[in-house]
Write a protein that binds this ligand. Structure first.
Ligand code: FPP
Length: 248
């Protein structure tokens, strides 16, 4: 993968790669006097809908943050519900994803997940490996710093003494994907929260107060409209861009 610090990706109206922090499930449930976990359940439906919409629009990669390395600190019953939901999704949704030609990938540290989940992930990745529509990547027990460190450790194990950007980026979990064009965070927070730190160097950021279970096609269209009017300069001046890429 070439670094976008060197190569300016072709300008498109539809981002090739969208990544999302799906925040606000707990608050969505609390507002309705429901247990927090109901928010996660509805969050899964919102994710299915977004994946379908992305495939329809021609987005090639959708990467979502489902569980961070820090989320293990949540109450035990919430963590175990999320694990159950993950397993149910692997059991119940993957066949449909496969039918729809979607490819599923899971990135993150698999070491702490129950064996049934790891087996489910491996089976789902194998089944959908050759699908050619949207690649949906779920980041689970993932952290951007973890990812950079595991890449650096691979390079040390290979005996490299001096490395390039390409050496490192090729060893990140999402090495085969282009860098994200659009980063969306719902739930009103304006933080990156240790998500894809290396790859987001030139992503366009979009924040919305919408809580994740309420993030529907109309909300996504607003994010895309905002993306379309951004001028992506990748360090250059506006005048250096081809006229069709200038926004002012
Ligand atoms: C953040 O909202 C959300 C999570 C930590 C979990 C995200 C999981 C899903 C959307 C379900 C998708 C599941 C699979 C199987 C891929 P929060 O709980 O921090 O919300 P709050 O800020 O309102 O408390």
């Amino acid at each position: 993968m070439s670094s976008s610090t060197q190569t300016i990706p072709e300008r498109t109206n539809i981002p090739r790669h969208v990544c999302v922090i799906m925040d606000g499930n707990g608050r969505w449930a609390k507002k309705r006097l429901l247990p927090r976990v109901m928010g996660h359940k509805r969050g899964l439906t919102a994710l299915e809908n977004l994946a379908a919409r992305c495939a329809e629009l021609g987005v090639e990669y959708l990467t979502v943050f489902a569980f961070s390395t820090e989320n293990w600190r949540r109450p035990e019953d919430e963590v175990s519900f999320l694990m159950k939901l993950f397993l149910q999704a692997l059991d119940g949704k993957v066949a449909k994803m496969h039918q729809n030609n979607l490819r599923l990938k899971v990135i993150g540290n698999r070491g702490r997940f129950p064996a049934a989940i790891v087996d489910g992930i491996e089976a789902a990745e194998r089944l959908t490996a050759n699908n050619t529509d949207l690649t949906l990547t779920v980041a689970a027990d993932y952290g951007g710093r973890w990812d950079i460190l595991q890449a650096a450790n691979q390079l040390i194990a290979e005996g490299k003494s001096e490395i390039t950007e390409d050496d490192l980026s090729q060893r990140l979990s999402l090495a085969e994907a282009p860098e994200p064009d659009l980063f969306i965070r719902t739930g009103g927070e304006t933080r990156i929260s240790n998500f894809m730190l290396w790859q987001m160097a030139y992503a366009e950021f979009y924040f919305t107060d919408a809580l994740w279970p309420d993030f529907d096609a109309a909300e996504f269209d607003r994010a895309i409209s905002s993306f379309r009017v951004r001028e992506r300069r990748f360090g250059r001046t506006s005048e250096q861009l081809p006229p069709e890429q200038q926004r002012s």
